[in-house]
Ligand binder design. Structure first.
Ligand code: SF4
Length: 218
């Protein structure tokens, strides 16, 4: 679909002109969908290389009115998350994302504003991957529901500090040990959420469960 969308412009202006769009290594345009806490969610076609914050502010109408940015998933649920700080100087191209240790992936950008529970967000992601596992490979069949149960235990208030190490143990057993990339797709966000927002997991431990209201944002 994305390729088809580019064809009319390329036929009118030529392939050489299209290749001049974007950056020297990430040429052309890309369709990005943006959802979550922005004023104008939707699908937008922009040149590769556009700063992420320009995209959020100029195309998606900015972060939900009155809220500060907390984090962004830049390329679909399977890619490592970016903190608000990291978003300040990253662009929508393959090289910039790789420098931050993440990927453009599917181009599905999810914006999270302050007030979003990072632990709950990861719980939803791991529940999805657990549900999607076809069960053929043991590390994925056993690992994805195990990750979900572990992350859920932080939300429920039944986790202990050693469970953060246990999450990493499960991730190591899953990563690169399965037939298709679904298990890796669960591990990559999990590791990044815990690495970048470890304090929030610890806060859940201290609080005895989730300290955030059930539905912080409409
Ligand atoms: S990694 Fe892929 S093939 Fe293996 S169990 Fe998971 S979904 Fe199935």
């Amino acid at each position: 679909m994305e390729t088809l969308a580019a064809i009319p412009w390329i036929l009118r202006h030529g392939g050489e002109a299209y290749a001049k769009l974007g950056t020297p290594k990430s040429t052309g345009t890309r369709l990005f969908s943006i959802s979550g806490h922005v004023n104008k969610p939707g699908v937008y076609e922009v040149e590769l290389g556009m700063p992420l914050m320009t995209f959020i502010n100029d195309h998606a109408g900015g972060v939900t009115t009155g809220k500060k940015l907390k984090a962004v998933i830049p390329g679909g649920s399977s890619v490592p998350i970016l903190t608000a700080e990291e978003c300040r100087d990253v662009a929508l191209d393959f090289e910039s994302m790789a420098e931050k240790g993440t990927m453009l992936g599917s181009g599905a950008i999810i914006v999270m504003a302050e007030g979003t529970c990072i632990v709950r967000s990861l719980m939803v992601l791991t529940r999805f991957y657990s549900h999607e596992s076809c069960g053929q490979c043991t590390p994925c069949r056993e690992g994805t529901p195990w990750l979900y149960r572990l992350i859920k235990s932080f939300e429920d208030g039944t986790a202990s500090e050693k469970d953060l190490d246990l999450v990493e143990y499960v991730c190591t057993a899953m990563m690169g040990n399965t037939i298709c990339p679904l298990a890796d797709a669960a591990v990559m966000p999990t590791r990044s959420y815990i690495k970048k927002f470890r304090d929030e997991f610890v806060e859940h431990l201290k609080h005895g469960g989730c300290p955030y209201p059930a539905w912080p944002l409409a």
